[in-house]
Write a protein that binds this ligand. Sequence first.
Ligand code: NDP
Length: 237
Amino acid sequence: MAGFQGKSVLVLGGSRGIGAAIVRRFATEGAAVTFTYAGSRDAAEQLARETGATAAMTDSADRDAVIARVRESGPLDVLVVNAGVGAFGDPLEQDPDDVDRLIRINVNAPYHAAVEAARRMPEGGRIIVIGSVNGDRIPFPGLSAYAMSKSALQGMARGLARDFGPRGITVNVVQPGPIDTDMNPADGPMKDIQHAVMALKRHGRPEDVAGLVTWLAGPEASFVTGAMHTIDGGFGA
Ligand code: NDP
């Protein structure tokens, strides 16, 4: 597979889980891939050795660092913003600093990264942000801050799609349901409650999400923009 030969791809948050699967897929298809990490240096270096991608330490909670990384990596054909964190629990008990950090990583970073990438992105450029089915559906308590952050990406993508559409740049959100990663292990304590509301009673794989991301980045998706693409085993059905 060499569908992305000659293309420059930046994945924010690529050291583990869904992001690592996205890095692997683009690298396998011939792209020049840079990915960022914050805490998982060993995993990032291992992935860089395995794929030939370039790993760069950049904390998505640091707006200026994110903007600088996007600028240094550009011009980009594809930007994928995958880095995200959860802050789950009773809102009355949550530390407001945790909620604000989540907003910096899950909302502020995608917005500023997308805008910075668009400055030098060529026609045909693709901006893809990893949201969540929780942007649409919140069947359990304890998800308010996380869901708020993922819903915000919907308005962002719709708006930026119109801002950058005249230049042939598309902006889309991929909304996974339960995917087997460190954040949400398939054998974790939440599995039964999640599977109970799903049409398919299992977690998805990071590679499933990577497949949708690369489709959105490829030529078949050139007419797809400002849209939410849910891949959730029927969690939101
Ligand atoms: P993981 O926790 O398994 O991995 C998160 C990735 O994001 C890691 O590579 C991590 O890097 C990176 N990251 C986190 N915080 C930062 C930061 N401050 N700066 C830079 N990178 C950061 O999560 P998943 O793979 O499960 O999730 C990936 C995305 O998919 C997230 O946006 C998440 O909200 C979303 N999602 C996941 C679902 C699931 O069920 N797994 C369901 C719906 C959405 P490092 O370890 O180096 O800090």
